[in-house]
Design a binder for this molecule. Structure first.
Ligand SMILES: [Zn+2]
Length: 367
């Protein structure tokens, strides 16, 4: 266990992070895409090829549908429990996410049309070439996000020079075995907007997790309150929130390839002065089905992503409250906005208010 504050974290490469991110954001969609191209060449038949894509898409469709349904139901139950009705997920939101996906695709389609027209590369392409192009574009986007996230982490880590006092860490480690999953606790310039109150865990080095806490908490919180915050962060690790977010990211990357592929295929048809209705009806049917699966899965995933941010915080609170008590955690959360320059506020309609209400409700039930 490292507790001195003189070792620089800024120069270490977060290996496990790079590996996980690369695996989920890069190789997963790459392998999926390449095997599609391989199969396309092998089948050498557009109908068979589309049929195969349709069948494959059923898995992400079911997966994202299940995630969406579960998160919808769970968040709804929490909201009903404390009568925070405006946190109940609605079909209206679902519709908005679907519209956003379509909007995004129209934008991408517009850009691609210009590129294809300028370079005049339509005639030479086979259907699986579109998929190849989709993969290249998607991997470009993924690489950008990968590099950006690593740079952000390095910047944050470089501010984390001050370790949390060993008395507090000893107290946590003695009483909470799951804390073994975190190897370091440090104060840093954690400044996250809106929902998050400036503490977090990130994977760092080889199979290690580091817990970063805003330095304001060092000055303004009591030891017990600081432990409540640390236990909340351990709750994220105990619930595998980091690993799950990579898995979601990988699925999102895969769906991005398929979205761009749908746009390409539609564009090529349009440029050959054909529409979906002038083609072989089986081809049309399979293609329409593909579009349906891709866009609905994307909307499911997008709305799940939105709900799970809330659910992850509530689950991490559950973990902390089980260890330190509902009332202690509720009071700590209630106090946090006043300790830190943050846009987050505590009031009846805020997410923080929602979290505190859940904890207070449980404290009441215990009595
Ligand atoms: Zn959290």
């Amino acid at each position: 266990m490292f507790r001195e504050s003189d070792r620089s974290l800024g120069v270490s490469l977060p290996i496990s992070d790079v590996m996980l991110l690369t695996l989920y954001f890069f190789f997963y969609p790459l392998f999926a895409g390449l095997s599609f191209i391989f199969l396309g060449v092998l089948l050498n038949n557009e109908i068979h090829y589309l049929l195969f894509l349709d069948l494959i898409l059923i898995f992400p469709f079911l997966f994202t549908g299940l995630l969406f349904y579960q998160s919808f139901k769970n968040l709804r139950d929490y909201a009903l429990e404390v009568k925070y009705f405006h946190f109940i997920p609605s079909w209206y939101e679902m519709g908005l996410h679907l519209i956003r996906q379509v909007y995004y695709v129209i934008f991408v389609g517009f850009i691609l049309t210009i590129i294809l027209r300028v370079f005049n590369i339509i005639e030479i392409l086979e259907p699986w070439d579109y998929l190849g192009l989709s993969i290249i574009i998607s991997l470009g986007v993924q690489s950008y996000f990968l590099v950006k996230s690593i740079i952000n982490k390095q910047e944050l880590l470089s501010t984390a020079q001050e370790a949390v006092s060993s008395e507090i860490i000893d107290q946590v480690e003695l009483n909470h075995p799951k804390s073994q999953m975190i190897s370091e606790y440090r104060f840093a310039d954690v400044q996250l907007p809106s929902l998050f109150l400036s503490a977090g865990v990130m994977s760092y080095g080889w199979k290690r997790n580091i817990c970063l806490i805003s330095r304001y908490f060092n000055w303004k919180l009591t030891d017990e309150e600081l432990i409540a915050v640390i236990l909340h962060e351990i709750g994220h690790i105990a619930n595998n929130h980091i690993k799950k977010s990579y898995l979601i990211g990988g699925t999102e990357a895969f769906l991005r390839i398929m979205r761009i592929f749908c746009v390409f295929t539609g564009l090529i048809l349009l440029m050959q002065e054909q529409t979906i209705f002038t083609l072989d009806p089986i081809f049309s049917l399979l293609f329409i089905n593909l579009i349906f699966l891709v866009f609905l899965s994307s909307a499911f995933l997008s709305i799940f992503h939105y709900y799970r941010i809330f659910l992850a915080e509530i689950r991490a609170d559950d973990y902390s409250a089980m260890a330190i008590g509902n009332t202690v955690l509720a009071d700590t959360l209630r106090k946090l906005p006043s300790t830190i320059p943050s846009p987050v506020s505590y009031n009846q309609s805020s997410f923080l208010g929602f979290r505190v209400a859940i904890l207070r409700q449980r404290a009441k039930k215990e009595k």
